[in-house]
Design a protein around this ligand. Structure first.
Ligand SMILES: Cc1cc2nc3c(=O)[nH]c(=O)nc-3n(C[C@H](O)[C@H](O)[C@H](O)COP(=O)(O)O)c2cc1C
Length: 191
């Protein structure tokens, strides 16, 4: 039993995107984290996920897409403040990694199982970054569901955003949050 790992898992908490400062992992350190993210259960080895990295100036460029999506999709013209918020959406944290779930048409591997594998990849990405000393937050927000954003990010018809994992150095330690009691979620099956 590795008590260090268990303690890390027992105390793990997300850190809000705007509480994540520089530095974030780059280069070989980021590659190692992404390789760990890809080491998840995957029925029939379909690799039903991929990653898109937003770092440096690419984050501001993505923000322009979010602002344009807002203008294209909102019923009312968005306010100046709203557009500025969208432009800054990926500037809250120094690194954002999109986890894209991609469904591969293969008999015997239901879509549901492929989506679950993408969720596992997203969480492994969080854990690998956490173990490397960084804070993370798995969010989707409206941009994950915007057809405009999907198109600009190059998502195919079989692809969906599972996560925009924000990564950086926590500005402060997050507070604990309530967890379900085991009695509420665990039963022991009896015939
Ligand atoms: C699929 C998915 C999407 C999420 N999207 C959002 C989101 O858009 N906005 C948000 O505030 N939290 C979102 N969350 C929740 C955050 O990850 C939240 O910070 C986290 O659940 C906090 O719990 P933790 O400290 O145990 O990680 C999402 C979680 C999941 C699993």
């Amino acid at each position: 039993m590795n008590d260090t790992v268990l303690h890390a898992l027992e105390t793990r908490r997300s850190v809000k995107p705007d509480r994540l400062a520089a530095p974030a992992p780059t280069g070989a350190e980021l590659d190692r984290i992404l390789a760990i993210a890809a080491r998840v259960p995957d029925h029939k080895k379909l690799v039903p996920w991929r990653f898109i990295v937003f770092e440096g100036e690419a984050r501001a460029a993505a923000g322009e897409i979010f602002a344009a999506a807002c203008e294209a999709e909102e019923k009312e013209p968005p306010s100046h403040v709203r557009l500025e918020t969208e432009r800054a959406r990926f500037l809250r944290a120094p690194l954002v990694v999109a986890v894209v779930s991609r469904i591969i048409n293969r008999p015997g591997t239901p879509e549901w199982e492929q989506i679950l594998s993408a969720g596992a990849a997203a969480f492994n990405l969080c854990l690998a970054a956490n173990a490397s000393g960084y804070g993370t937050n798995w969010v989707t927000e409206w941009i994950a569901y915007s057809p405009f954003v999907r198109g600009k990010l190059g998502l195919g018809e079989n692809e969906r955003i599972a996560a925009f994992v924000h990564i950086g150095t926590p500005r402060e330690k997050p507070e604990e949050r309530e967890r379900p009691s085991l009695s509420a979620i665990v039963t022991r099956w009896t015939p």
